[in-house]
Design a protein around this ligand. Structure first.
Ligand code: KG4
Ligand code: ZN
Length: 349
């Protein structure tokens, strides 16, 4: 794909067809991680830095947007400096060797996105390189290209704090959303249920840990019956609330509740994904997004290998928010924003 250098207006070829090594530096700041990475040819990470704000937001039980934006401002220069340092040490790559600079445009928290996106645009201007704006959800999918030889077409299950989608990825830039949640996203359901049973933020990973100590069949929780490839998780959340209320304080079988909830969620996701896979005829399937770090969801989806499918899931560090996936997306996905005046957006358009 042809991309324009910002000052000189010279057009250069970027991406798999370019015929030379591309080094893309990307910045991600859509929620509570300030991240910067440099990736060679969309697959080889030569620098990867993530500054997490978890400790800050723990006090409040969730992400406070204004505080998150301020923390991004404090960390952004630090993560960029560190990424340049790692690139020099790991691959002798200097700032001028960067082919293009990329940044997450949305969806996410507007104040947070602005910090990272403006930094990426500024770097592109300073070094007179193309700027590439990236959609955060596409970036999560591209986490699967890192360190693998995965090529479309494949079926994808994208599960994060804000989204739950089954996506038919036909080519690097052509995708169709087959279904999505009609209410809560999976990560949101995890975080809400975690709060219900008194677990601190971030609830998802903690719930996952406790679930591994419990009995998944202790309580039968309802799998929502939703048409087609869509999902619904708000009924399940209410069912857990009712269950929690049926116990006296101090007698809550926390591990069994976590485990039964996890069993229900993972079955729901697996059933719909399998249906989509069968319909498509694809033999490759990927999971992506923060909830793809979940032990039971990974286990059930990797079990599809026994049925002859090839299963891909990013390693944990590329499941939750990071900038390497953004750089990979800028390289592979032609469906990006090239205009340096592109504005951030909070929701999927
Ligand atoms: O993709 P991500 O880092 O941010 C968004 O773009 O939303 O996903 C964050 C979500 C949170 O809801 C978090 O609780 C959930 O992913 N999460 C998990 C696990 N690790 C992260 N949920 C369940 N099990 C996990 N192991
Ligand atoms: Zn994310």
């Amino acid at each position: 794909m042809l991309k324009e250098k910002l000052f000189s207006k010279e057009k250069i070829e970027i991406g798999p067809e370019s015929g030379y090594d591309n080094y893309i530096m990307a910045i991600e700041s859509s929620c509570d991680e300030t991240a910067c990475a440099i990736v060679k040819n969309g697959r080889e990470v030569i620098a990867n830095v993530v500054a997490s704000q978890i400790k800050t937001h723990q006090k409040y039980g969730g992400v406070i947007p204004e505080i998150a934006a301020r923390e991004h401002l404090e960390s952004i220069n630090v993560v960029i400096d560190e990424a340049f340092k790692q690139a020099k040490e790991n691959a002798n790559i200097l700032p001028n060797d960067i082919t293009a600079f990329a940044g997450t445009v949305g969806p996410g928290l507007v104040g947070c996105l602005l910090v990272g996106l403006n930094a990426a645009k500024t770097l592109a201007l300073v070094y007179d390189k193309p700027f590439i704006g990236v959609n955060h959800l596409n970036a999560h999918l591209c986490g699967n290209y890192i360190d693998t030889s995965l090529k479309p077409p494949f079926m994808a299950l994208l599960v994060s704090g804000g989204h739950t989608q089954i996506i038919d990825v036909k080519s690097y830039s052509e995708q169709t959303i087959l279904g999505e949640t009609i209410d809560d996203a999976v990560g949101e359901a995890y975080d809400k249920v975690a709060r219900l049973i008194g677990l601190p933020y971030p609830g998802g990973p903690r719930l996952d840990k406790l679930a591994q100590e419990g009995n998944p069949f202790a309580f039968k929780l309802p799998e929502a019956k939703v048409e087609g490839f869509n999902f619904s998780f708000s009924g399940l959340k209410t069912a857990v609330l009712r269950l929690v209320k049926s116990f006296n304080e101090g007698e809550l079988p926390v591990n069994d509740i976590c485990s039964s909830f996890q069993e229900c969620v993972s079955n729901t996701l697996l059933h719909k994904l399998k249906k989509a896979l069968k319909q498509s005829g694809y033999n490759q399937v990927v999971i992506a997004g923060g909830v793809a770090a979940n032990s039971e969801i990974r286990k059930k989806i990797f079990n599809l290998e026994k049925e002859g499918y090839q299963v891909f899931a990013p390693p944990m560090k590329y499941c939750t928010d990071n900038a390497a996936m953004v750089a990979s997306c800028a390289y592979f996905n032609t469906n990006t924003f090239d205009d340096v005046n592109v504005e951030v957006f909070s929701r999927v358009k």
